[in-house]
Design a protein. Sequence first.
Length: 368
Amino acid sequence: MAVASAPGRVNILGNPTDGLEGAYATISATICMRAYVRVKAGGSFTCTPMGEPSLATSIADPGGGYGGTPRLFNSTVRVLKAFFPDLAERVVEDSPDIFYRTDIPPEGGLAGSTAFIAAFLEAIRHVYGFDRFKFNEYVMAEVVQRAEEYAGITCGYADRYVCVMGGLAYMDFRGKLHHKPLKREPLATYERLDGYVNYIPLLVCYLGVRRSSGDIHRVFRGVYMREWERFRAGGSRSKLLEFMKRVGWTAMMGKYALLEHDWEEFGRLMSLNHKLVDEAMRMAGFQDGAGYYNNAVIEYALSRGALGAKLSGAGGGGSVLVLAPPDKEDYMERELADYMGKLGLRNSRVFKLEISRDGVRLEGEFAE
């Protein structure tokens, strides 16, 4: 038996180029909220949510399970069958029982579903003795990507890599535009930055407006890929493609600002990132761009002195990131919490970013 966990994440700069383009980068960080999975060998492949069922089940079983097994775990086994059949056979023949719970708000733009799959893979990697050289953390992140795709969740590579590897990272996704099968495209480049930067005056505003990020990414990526194919066929570069190129540039330039602790410049790039994405989403057919509540919170934060603000995830709800002046975090936290309450966002909350240095990891037991 093994218990493993994986953290949620925030995408700080450059997203959503990790899901829309293979030539750009993001800066992302893990947060101190985690999803937990316990794998008990020799069962009947049953899945039991622990803690608050409405929270755990909604993330682990989006849209309903297959044969009583939550869809995320089922799709992970399907990916293992496709790429690691010998490993999958051990799991399938043993039919382990799975128990799971999470601290990560569901459908909140914080990679809750990704964390569940990563934790599940770490647990079965330990229980069934997977080769840690062949099935390393880079490969694990790629398996998580494909498992979510099998489950019908369209998202970017940043979520998958940072939840597995942890910390604050600059990730380069060159060569990964088409989401090809494993080993038919390069692995991402993952550069840890938390050895240089262990503090960012960043507030995470969870709006409590639940939405399926995969549904938003699916539409956005579909429009983007059609524009990209038209460009590759000899057409001119569309405004949408140009905007995403500039979004990728915010992460590339933001790395300088982050390493220098130049928070004013870093905040300016965050706001630029959001402005470009908001407009690009309107081009892709989203009437409210990044979402009414997201934009309202971002505009309010900037009006109250925030250095920058942007989406963490797909938009339409989820979470917003606000870069506060280093001496005004408590003030901004109170202001934002009060404002979201006035907007009627009763389930919203604000918390300071605390970077989790650990990605997936083995844990002690958790109570049933």
